[in-house]
Each structure stands twice: as structure tokens, then as C-alpha cells.
Design a protein around this ligand. Structure first.
Ligand SMILES: CC(C)(COP(=O)(O)OP(=O)(O)OC[C@H]1O[C@@H](n2cnc3c(N)ncnc32)[C@H](O)[C@@H]1OP(=O)(O)O)[C@@H](O)C(=O)NCCC(=O)NCCS
Length: 173
């Protein structure tokens, strides 16, 4: 069972709802990803990825039956402004995030992290991993503020979801 939409207010006062992505959202999620800046694409996909490769990668992520996606939608304009991916692995899930460039640093990434971890917990996932580039200070801060410790390669963050270090109280107001 999926959770009801999570309604949040960003630091600039904008209202955003976070909900599980449906198959019908795929075109919109792709359009959102294609609008990411080169820096954001690099931090999300670990390469200077062009439109064609990005479209192929997002299509793969969105259609893999083992994956779950959350979308964050601007409550006023209804555009997708954020996406969270939980890709099932043998031991749990690998997670990744993207927030629209003009909405970054307003708290959405932190809320997407908490919402995705809640969804994964509901699915019985007990372990997650995430790769974060060394210079991606924003994502590294999001994990740190949420109580996770950065590790060395291959996965920068690796944690159990029933671990006490996973704190829901640390999402921004
Ligand atoms: C990384 C990313 C997903 C983070 O999303 P975001 O919405 O910008 O993140 P948030 O606003 O929740 O958190 C970022 C900032 O808020 C701070 N913050 C978060 N929670 C906080 C809290 N409770 N108290 C104080 N500060 C907090 C973080 O320390 C960070 O500080 P900064 O603004 O100085 O960078 C987003 O920047 C992005 O899409 N980047 C490009 C793609 C990417 O890097 N993906 C990650 C690959 S896994």
C-alpha cells in the first residue's frame, strides 16, 4: 500500500506534495530531468550526460519493476520539481535524488530523503545505499543532517533502516 501524498512547505513558502510516481507520470518525470542543469545532471548521473543518454537512463529507472519513484509536485503550478528513486538491490535499495535547480536549498531534498526511506521501510526494505560525488556538498549535507555517516567507496552512505540514526525529526520545518 502506498502512503497518502505528503504535503510540505518549502523555506520560500511554496507548497509541494510528495507522492509515489505512477506509470503515467513517466513523460513528466523525463521532462523534469531534461531541465536539470549540467551540474545537477553530473551529480545525479555521475557523468556529463546528454539528453539522449539521460532519457534512456530515466526510462530504464522508471520502468524497472524493482524500482520505486517519488515525485514532488508544485502544489500551485503542478509541475514536477523533484524526484527520488529507490532501486532495489540484493541487499536493499540504492537511492538517488534530483531537485529542480531553481528549487534547490529549500528543504525539498531532505523531505524527499525522509519520504523515500519511509516508503522503503513500508516495503520491508531494511538497508539502503547511496553514492554521492565527493564535491556534492549539498547531498552530503542532506545525509549528514539526517544523521547518516559518509563512508568511503563504493557506497558513500550505507545504513539500516531500523537504525536509530535514521531520525524523522531532522527534516526542516
Ligand atoms: C542534492 C539535492 C537532491 C538536495 O536537494 P535540496 O532540495 O537542494 O536539499 P535541501 O534543501 O533539503 O538541503 C540542502 C541544504 O539545506 C541544509 N539542510 C537540510 N536540512 C537542514 C536542517 N534541518 N537544518 C539546517 N539545514 C538543513 C543542508 O545542510 C543544505 O545546506 P546548503 O543549502 O548550504 O547546501 C539537490 O541539490 C539536487 O538535486 N542536486 C543535483 C542532483 C544531485 O546531486 N543528486 C544527488 C545524487 S544521490
Amino acid at each position: 500500500m502506498t502512503r497518502a501524498p505528503l504535503e510540505i512547505i518549502l523555506r520560500n513558502g511554496a507548497r509541494v506534495s510528495i507522492v509515489r510516481a505512477l506509470a503515467a507520470d513517466a513523460v513528466e518525470v523525463l521532462a523534469f530531468a531534461l531541465c536539470l542543469s549540467p551540474d545537477s545532471r553530473h551529480n545525479r548521473f555521475f557523468a556529463q550526460i546528454g539528453n539522449e543518454a539521460l532519457a534512456a537512463e530515466m526510462a530504464r529507472e522508471l520502468t524497472d519493476p524493482g524500482n520505486i519513484s517519488l515525485v514532488a509536485r508544485d502544489a500551485w503550478a503542478k509541475h514536477i520539481v523533484g524526484h527520488a528513486l529507490g532501486a532495489r538491490t540484493e541487499s536493499g535499495a540504492e537511492i538517488a535524488f534530483a531537485v529542480a535547480d531553481d528549487v534547490q536549498h529549500l528543504g525539498l531534498g531532505t523531505h524527499l530523503l525522509q519520504a523515500l526511506l519511509d516508503e522503503l521501510r513500508d516495503l520491508g526494505v531494511r538497508h539502503f545505499e547511496a553514492i554521492t560525488l565527493p564535491l556534492n556538498t549539498t547531498m552530503r549535507k542532506v545525509f549528514a543532517v539526517a544523521g547518516f555517516t559518509m563512508l568511503s567507496e563504493p557506497y558513500d552512505v550505507r545504513a539500516d533502516l531500523d537504525d536509530d540514526s535514521v531520525s524523522k525529526e531532522k527534516a526542516p520545518p
